[in-house]
Design a protein. Sequence first.
Length: 175
Amino acid sequence: MIRPTTTPATSFYMHTEFAMIRPTTPDDTTALIAIAEAIGFQASELEQLSKMLVDYFGGDSDSDRFWSTDDDNGPVGVAYCEPERMTDETWNLQFIAIRPDRQGQGRGATLLRYIEQTLTARGGRILLVETSALPSFERTRAFYAKCGYEEEARIRDFYATGDHKVVFRKVLNVA
């Protein structure tokens, strides 16, 4: 069960049966990099993630973008979402990760529902999610399908030769 609450500072938090989903803060940076490393990010990807976080917290990013953290006495998951440019309220979930020792508990699905609810409240129409078509990403693709996402497209050899991009799509609000 997800229960939205607000703090006196009007920040939006969601308490779930096992954690609190909240806005990401600069103090989370080290833990978020550790989560990315634990799920298999390469050195160049970790460097890019660090730069994204620095830019975000330094105010050098679009205010529409946001990070959310699944907190259980310390970050165990994170999601990052941004609007697609030149669209009418289409968003892209660029990053979602749960620490490996906390996967399989429903945390990823809960974090994804939080993102969907947040975007719907902002007037979001569509959420896109991209992942690899490699066999090692089968569990990831099954996760998105289970969460109600439909495969919309495949772009051959996108990440590397033989590593296709799979784009999933979910309509957030039906007018």
